[in-house]
Design a protein around this ligand. Structure first.
Ligand code: ATP
Ligand code: MG
Length: 448
């Protein structure tokens, strides 16, 4: 398949400028240990690419000729994981270093579906073989711990310099092997501001439909990387431009096609807000993000049920069931998140109704018990943050957001929980977003 394999280019440390100080010391520990034991030890992928473009790598991927069992034996806290590929996670407190064994073998050894999708690929190989299994040339640069050189078989070095995203090999085949590479193309274009080469871009449209066969759990993982990586708004725009967004959120994509400006306004608020929080290293909760993305779909369905003369609480609950069950069929948003999405949504009508026309400066003690009840809700602050995003796009009066805000100031830039100074001591503090809603829900959703 790849007959005329070129000789690799070696780029010296002086030329590439990546010094060991720029590498996570846990990754260095792993590289060093492998090297001492006589194994090859390389950094590959995002770690090398991001360092070259001056971004801080999100994680450090190590690749070696040691087998998974051999890698695991070298570290106290290491475990073998993986469905399609077996890899080793070496765990250092919060940091996990992913160690992969070179992949190789001829095409015979790889199990494929009828569409050419790779199902299992656990044949080990050499660096020279591994490189052709990587997706983009800019992701296939190997930093050799032993020599501190970068080894480049595929002119990835030139691509990084030119800001180019180019699939290795025949793009059509590579998308068929793994359709998620199309989403990765959108993600790297957004993250790195790289441009797809003509061939890499052109092969996407005809292969898009293959994304329908990807497991919803994997699409959930990809969605998190796309929207919570700190460049979520750019990723959204890329996905729309490449006509891929519908393979994640079909219903929403159709709404966007009909009424882009109105619907995208809130999505832009949510995603840019998330990007800012990531940049400031504040925690982000995916439930908030998905609640924001799907709000337009929810509102539309809720309207429908209201027109059927269903009471407003039921209309919202039924609409939420519909939106969530449709969404999780494509993107497997876990239950703990969909539970919280329902709470965020269901708080909106009360916040609007009770906040409407209220004057500023009313002392807390003089508020009605309904107001106090809402203020004491475990998710009040998250619900309010959501309300204020809606007010920023003109869906809710600014005064309504401002009214509630006086009892729960926005969190400060340091990420500390702003203590709600106006609340009496017997009120539960409204923190950020813990993992699970603390209150029991009233009704059980069907699924999701
Ligand atoms: P980031 O960590 O910033 O998301 P990355 O390029 O490191 O970007 P990872 O998902 O961490 O992406 O994967 C590490 C490397 O593994 C990639 O750079 C690429 O070489 C290879 N890789 C990952 N996913 C695929 C895939 N679906 N097909 C081919 N190669 C892949
Ligand atoms: Mg990575």
């Amino acid at each position: 398949m790849y007959s005329d394999r070129p000789e690799p280019v070696h780029i010296s440390a002086a030329e590439h400028g990546i010094t060991p100080e720029r590498i996570s010391h846990h990754a260095l520990t792993v590289l060093q240990r492998l090297h001492e034991q006589g194994y090859g030890a390389y950094l590959v992928g995002g770690a090398v690419r991001d360092a070259l473009v001056g971004q801080v790598p999100k994680d450090f991927d190590v690749v070696t000729d040691a087998r998974p069992e051999q890698v695991r034996a070298l570290f106290r806290h290491a475990r073998i994981i993986g469905r399609r590929f077996r890899i080793v996670h070496v765990i250092f407190g919060h940091e996990v270093i992913e160690v992969t064994t070179f992949r190789g073998g001829d095409d015979e050894a790889v199990r494929r579906s009828d569409q050419g999708r790779i199902l299992r690929d656990n044949v080990f190989g050499t660096l020279e073989e591994d490189v052709w299994r990587r997706d983009f040339a800019c992701n296939a640069l190997y930093y050799d711990f032993a020599t501190e050189e970068i080894i480049d078989f595929v002119q990835g070095w030139q691509d990084v310099a030119a800001g180019r995203l180019r699939l290795i090999g025949n793009p059509q085949t590579r998308y068929q092997e793994d359709p998620v590479r199309m989403l990765r193309a959108a993600r790297f274009a957004a993250k790195l501001k790289f441009s797809l080469t003509e061939e890499t871009a052109a092969a996407i449209y005809p292969a898009r439909h293959l994304l329908k066969d990807i497991a919803p759990a994997r699409l959930f993982d990809e969605s998190i990387k796309l929207f919570q990586g700190g460049y979520g708004w750019a990723a959204f725009e890329q996905l729309r431009a490449m006509d891929l967004f519908g393979f994640l959120f079909g219903g929403l994509d159709e709404l966007l096609n009909r009424d882009y400006d109105r619907i995208a306004a809130l999505i832009e608020q949510v995603l840019r807000g998330t990007d800012e929080r990531v940049a400031a290293q504040l925690p982000v909760n995916p439930a908030f993000l998905f609640a924001g993305l799907l709000w337009a779909d929810l509102s539309r369905r809720r309207e429908f049920w209201l027109h059927q003369r269903v009471d407003s609480e039921t209309a919202l609950a039924v609409a939420a069931d519909e939106v969530i069950s449709a969404a999780v069929r494509q993107v497997a948003i876990p239950r703990r998140l969909t539970d919280l999405m329902r709470v965020l949504w269901s708080l909106q009508p009360s916040l609007e109704k009770l906040g409407q026309g209220m004057a500023q400066g009313v002392p807390l003690a003089q508020l009605s018990s309904d107001h106090k009840h809402l203020l004491a809700h475990a998710w009040f602050r998250a619900g309010l943050d959501f309300l204020c995003l809606r007010s920023a796009v003109g869906e809710v009066a600014e005064a309504t957001c401002a009214f509630w805000r006086q009892y729960a100031p926005a969190r400060d830039a340091q990420g500390g929980e702003a203590i709600p100074t106006h609340l009496p001591e017997d009120f539960a503090p409204h923190g950020g977003l813990p993992d699970r809603p603390r209150r029991a829900r009233q009704r059980r959703p069907r699924r999701g």
